[in-house]
Design a protein around this ligand. Structure first.
Ligand code: PRP
Length: 209
């Protein structure tokens, strides 16, 4: 049995649909219920829905053999896992954003609000820019509006949240997409099963034209 941690929500639906097309369907997953675990014994696969930011924890600790996590989470937490495949879905970018017309005065420490403390620290360290990190847990866009920070480092998908709050992207930190990941010892001991899933999933990845 291969245990798969799926990210709950919109991305999870897309991810499951890729598994389904790859031949690892589990029809009961479509039942309108609050169940969190679904199994197809014949296919030897068991899915469970977890909070997207928790997928890599389940996989790293072996509660799941494989899973799908955003590159943002992998960069932020550096879990000990194997990254097997870029699924080319859930695409967005990690970006620095600020109030329109923001000018970065290099002589001052830059106040940066973010959920992604390590990504932000690494980004500014690579530029030798002195920063003061303000860790927030959501609605990051409020910080520059209320003067809590100069800039934010956050996910930008459609850009609507920034636009509706009179903010703009200053620069892109890194492009983000969903990745298929595996537990290291599962990959060693269930190599055949995981590689079969990996190969079938590769065939489902749509490339950008
Ligand atoms: C994310 C991110 C932005 C928004 C960007 O927030 O933090 O706020 O999505 O999307 P957009 O460019 O399409 O507007 P999320 O919905 O994950 O909630 P959060 O406020 O808890 O971070």
């Amino acid at each position: 049995m291969i245990n798969v941690a799926l990210p709950k929500g919109r991305l999870g639906e897309k991810v499951y649909s890729m598994f389904e097309k790859a031949g690892f369907e589990c029809p009961s997953i479509h039942d309108n219920s609050r169940k969190l675990i679904f199994e197809n014994e014949e296919k030897g696969i068991r899915y469970f829905w977890v909070k997207p930011s928790d997928v890599s924890i389940y996989v790293e600790r072996g509660a799941a053999d494989i899973g799908v996590a955003g590159k943002d989470i992998l960069l932020e937490y550096s879990p000990e896992i194997y990254e097997l495949l870029d699924l080319n879905i859930g695409k967005c970018k990690m970006a620095v954003a600020a109030k329109k017309g923001f000018y970065d005065d290099n002589s001052r420490t830059l106040k940066v609000a973010t959920k992604f403390v390590n990504i932000a620290k690494n980004f500014y360290a690579s530029r030798c820019r002195d920063i003061d990190i303000i860790k927030l847990n959501g609605s990051i866009e409020l910080a520059p509006i209320l003067g809590l920070s100069d800039v934010i480092v956050d996910i930008v998908e459609t850009g609507t949240t920034l636009k509706e709050n009179d903010l703009e992207v200053v620069e892109t930190v890194i492009p983000i997409s969903a990745r298929l990941i595996a537990n290291k010892s599962s990959f060693k001991f269930k190599t055949k099963e995981i590689e079969e899933i990996l190969d079938s999933m590769k065939a489902q990845v749509k490339t950008d034209d």
